[in-house]
Design a protein around this ligand. Sequence first.
Ligand code: FE2
Ligand code: FE2
Length: 165
Amino acid sequence: MLVQIGQRKAEPDVVALLVECHGRIRKFLGFAQRIAREPEVEAEEVRAVAGQVRRYFAEALPLHIADEEELIVPALAGAGLDAALAAMRAEHADHAAAVARLVEACDLLARDRAARGELGAAADALVELFEPHLAAEETVIFPAVAALLRERRDAIRQGMRARRE
Ligand SMILES: [Fe+2]
Ligand SMILES: [Fe+2]
């Protein structure tokens, strides 16, 4: 029997963390669409959720993008994915204006409920940009990360944690 002394609770694999990030992107886009469209949502909830959506896209999404560009791109150099990685980076740059529009719509909504229409339009535009982007990462890039040696995956996870400390 293999006895492991001082074994710590296993940390989630880096791919699980990346998939969780994508879950949050989809969740907050869904929140934005909901507060934009559902008439029964109370004004106070609209304001609170708009604040959460704003914070996610202004503060957390840039960390995920930095993880992909600064940790994953170099880790996958030579893996035969140059075109997919270049497309991923180009899409990040292409998304910037639509993300800024969503953040601005959240700011507007904090002052004026009439901005719900703009928030809905901004969220729809972002869903359209993000869905194929997230799907490509999940089907092409994340499986390649999963195939890296454990030490490489752990190093990426540590880099992600350091960025958030
Ligand atoms: Fe990405
Ligand atoms: Fe991603």
